[in-house]
Design a protein around this ligand. Structure first.
Ligand SMILES: O=c1[nH]c(NC[C@H](O)[C@H](O)[C@H](O)CO)c([N+](=O)[O-])c(=O)[nH]1
Length: 150
């Protein structure tokens, strides 16, 4: 049996991060966790692009993926239901958009958009209990390395 999987070596990798400013209290923490992960795994180059909200992530992720400059793209956002009715609209469109960009471009685009009921749930995932940003960065490293093996 030949097992193929990506390792977590960051050396030589070029990562693009697209992050939503909406709910910056949450997304800023996710970014810190992701950058901590990339730095500690020796990633040479990380470019961070900010967009107004998660809805804008797919367009910029597409631009980064198609540029040919990155081995993987990490999309970071926080969609909080709270009182916002169009929570589903934003969350669904972002998920569909990110998946389409990845499939169309052949570049891994990691879906690091937390979708939560309220800010506290968001904070629990952005540093109180765990930092999903770090976890999404690990998935980014793994996929970048895996694609090089296939
Ligand atoms: O990133 C988010 N954008 C949100 N809306 C803004 C959206 O992403 C766009 O930036 C905006 O619609 C302009 O296109 C959110 N809500 O409205 O709830 C949200 O929770 N998270």
């Amino acid at each position: 049996v030949k097992r193929i999987e990506g390792d977590f070596i960051g050396k030589g990798l070029r990562i693009g991060v697209v992050i939503a400013r909406f709910n910056d209290l949450l997304t800023g923490e996710l970014l810190k966790g992701a950058l901590d992960c990339f730095e500690r795994h020796g990633v040479d180059r990380v470019d961070v692009v900010k967009v107004p909200g998660s809805f804008e992530i797919p367009l910029v992720a597409k631009k980064l993926a198609e540029s040919g400059k990155y081995d993987a793209v990490l999309a970071l956002g926080a969609v909080v239901r709270g009182e916002t009715r169009h929570f589903e609209l934003v969350a669904n469109e972002v998920a569909k958009g990110v998946a389409k960009v990845s499939l169309d471009s052949g570049v891994p685009v990691i879906f690091g958009v937390i979708t939560v009921e309220d800010e506290l749930q968001g904070l629990n995932r952005a540093g109180i209990k765990s930092n999903k940003g770090f976890e999404y960065a690990m998935a980014t490293l793994e996929m970048a390395n895996l694609m090089k093996k296939l």
